[in-house]
Every structure is written in C-alpha cells, then in structure tokens.
Design a protein around this ligand. Structure first.
Ligand code: FMN
Length: 366
C-alpha cells in the first residue's frame, strides 16, 4: 500500500536553515569503523551515502578533542586529517542529494586512560566513576576508572575545543552540528546530580548544572549560527550511570533554557525499545513538547505508523530512526512503500569491516 503524501513522515519540513524533503532522520550511531587515529574512512563515506535519502543524517558521536574520545575507532573532528576524511563523507552525501550534521560527543568520564593522550585520567565534573558498566578498550572490557574532576579554569578550555571543532565542521563540509548532551556524556554529566557534586558555579543548582551545556551551545551557535545547531537530550536514560534526583525537573529546566537560542532543533530520546537502564516514569517527548518552543525531533523505537502518528498528532515534528537505518540503507523508500524492514545484526554494530555495515541490501535490489 502506498502512503498518501499527507502522512507525517513524508511531509517536507524546514529544520533551521535546511529544507528537508521528509521527516525521517538518521540517528547518530557509533559504528567504530574509523582508523585507530580516529580518521573517517572511505568505507564510512560509502555507508553514509547509502543512507542519503534521509531527511537529515546525524553522524555518529565524534569527539571534539582527543580527551573527549570514548571509544577505540570512533572518529574525531579536531585535526586536519580528520577534516579531510570527513570532507570525503560530506561531499559524497551531498553529491547523492543528502544533508548531514556532525554529532559532537565529548565522553568525559565514559572512557579509559588507554584511549587518551599520554594515558591521562578521564575528566569529569566530579571524581565519581561509572560503576554499573564496564568500558570497552582495545582488548576487551575493563572497569571504568575514577575520573579527575575538572578545575574551574579548565572548563572554558573544553568549551573552546567544541568551538574549534564547530569551525572545523565548516571546513569538513557539514551542514550543521548536533551537541550530544544525552546518555551520560560530558554535558549530561554536568546536568545530573548523580555525576555532579561540584560546589562551584558548575554544580548544585539547576542553573549551575546546566551552565556547561549552555556555554557549549553558545559557542557552537557563535560559529555555525543557531539555525545550524541541534541538541540531543535523553531524559530518564540511566545508561552510563546517568542518575538524577529529579529528572523531570532537570530536563524541563534544560529544555526551557534552550528556548532563547532558537536552535534548528531539540532531539529528544525516549527509552522505548532501547533500554539498558531503568525506564523513566514519564514520557520525555510529551514532557518536553509543551515547554520547548522550537522544532522537536523524537527518537526511540519508532516504526512507520508510530512515527506518522506522532507527527500527525503534533507530539513531534520529525522522527529519528536508529537501528532501522543500520540494516535498511533505503529506509525512506521502504517506509514509503510500506514493505518489511531487515533486522539489524547486533554482532556487527561496533567495529569490524564492511560486513554488517555497507552490505545490507536495498529492498528493490534484493
Ligand atoms: C549501535 C548504536 C550506536 C549508537 N551510537 C550513538 C551515538 O553515537 N550517539 C547518540 O546520540 N546515540 C547513539 N545511539 C542511540 C541511537 O541514536 C538511538 O537514540 C537509539 O538507538 C534509539 O533509536 P532506535 O530505537 O530507532 O534504534 C546508538 C545506538 C545504537 C544501537
């Protein structure tokens, strides 16, 4: 059955400065196929280009500095080799008619000294390690280390790293940047009470815990313009020991604080179908829809019908798809035709070669 043009997912939308032909967004997905020096490869260019029919591609988490690296072969965006590697990706996606944002992800404490320059101790708001999970390094999983709390005068330097990375995103050809402020990475570590025990201007009150996120957003907007900046949050996710005394209050505050920026979008994660922690007792998308005044992207276990419904009912402006984009390069076409999706193979999610990466077939070529 063909879906009528009136259905939500296929209605074009303006996202900041971009016109998207549909509301089917490719989620940021860490796939660990960069080089050991964190340089994007031609295989990555092929992978993203295969998915260029998405309304917008948001890349995998990409570190703005080597201290922000969280994984072995995740890409960075802080030196000229990485810019050149990404340029091949963005050129290929654009040539195929697509649009692509880079997701800037500073891991903070969610990393290991063996991945950091001079085996430095990971950094974080406070000296509180992740204890309920382990970190994957070159030869398997090991416990997380206790991070070094950031000195007050170091924090502007990290904001500056993000700013510099946003500048490089222009050279690399990206249409915009998304700040990863979700699932326990550095901005989120500042936001929540479980990982932030600071007593200075970056801890304690909601205003102080949100300060770092807002300073980074300000820096990104100063480089790219707010209409080319998005922010991802995932209220209630407890992955990476992301605990907060009152998550609803915290994220309502964060969403409201983002209103004045008039960003391209706020990207809100929902646990449905992707639970590694305890499910929240609220639906973050509905919680934030009424307080966030701009464009809202929703992610988390959506299928075609749920996505259409969320858009039609006004609960979200566009839908972000993660795992279904891994195994369906032509997801947009499959949703349009309403044909079955290929299941993703978990064993090839992280690292490896083209297998389970660029070899998923298109429906029409099967
Ligand atoms: C293999 C894998 C890697 C992921 N990497 C990232 C990432 O780098 N950045 C991020 O914000 N979310 C990441 N996520 C979360 C997804 O972007 C998405 O929010 C989640 O999978 C829920 O959407 P889905 O139910 O459509 O898969 C990842 C998820 C998976 C399965």
């Amino acid at each position: 059955m063909l879906i009528s043009k009136k259905t939500g997912l296929f209605t074009p939308i303006r996202l900041g400065s971009l016109e998207l032909p549909n509301r089917i967004i490719m989620s940021p997905l860490t796939r660990l196929r960069a080089t050991p020096d964190c340089v994007p490869t031609l295989l990555m260019a092929e992978y993203y280009t295969q998915r260029a029919t998405a309304g917008l591609i948001i890349t995998e988490g990409t570190h703005p500095s080597l201290m922000g690296r969280g994984y072995t072969t995740s890409p960075g965006l802080h030196n000229k080799e990485q810019v050149a590697g990404w340029r091949k990706v963005t050129d290929a996606v654009h040539a195929a008619g697509g649009r692509i944002f880079v997701q800037l992800m500073h891991a903070g404490r969610v990393t290991h000294s063996s991945l950091l320059p001079n085996c430095a101790r990971p950094i974080a708001p406070s000296a509180i390690p992740v204890v309920s999970e382990q970190v994957r390094i070159w030869d398997g999983k090991v416990p997380f280390e206790t991070p070094r709390p950031l000195e007050l005068d170091e924090i502007p330097l990290i904001v500056e790293e993000y700013r510099r990375s946003a500048e490089l995103s222009i050279e690399a050809g990206f249409d915009g940047v998304e700040l990863h402020a979700a699932t326990g990475y550095l901005p989120n570590q500042f936001q929540v009470t479980g990982s932030n025990h600071r007593t200075d201007a970056y801890g304690g009150t909601l205003e102080n815990r949100t300060r770092f996120t807002l300073e980074v957003v300000e820096a990104l907007c100063s480089v790219r313009g707010a209409d080319r900046v998005g922010v991802k949050i995932a209220p209630g996710f407890t992955v990476n020991d992301t605990f907060d005394d009152d998550p609803a209050e915290t994220y309502i505050y964060v969403a409201k604080a983002l209103n004045p920026f008039k960003l391209a979008y706020l990207h809100v994660g929902y646990e449905r179908g992707y639970t590694r922690g305890t499910a929240p007792n609220f639906n973050p998308i509905d919680l934030l829809r009424s307080v966030y005044q701009g464009t809202l992207l929703a992610v988390g276990g959506f299928d075609r019908q749920q996505g259409d419904e969320a858009i039609r009912s006004g609960r979200a402006d566009a839908i972000v798809f993660g795992r279904s984009f891994i195994s369906n390069p032509d997801l947009v076409e499959r949703l349009r035709l309403d044909v079955p999706l290929t299941e993703a193979d978990l064993s090839t999610f992280y690292g490896g070669s083209e297998f389970g990466y660029t070899d998923y077939p298109n429906y029409l070529s099967k």
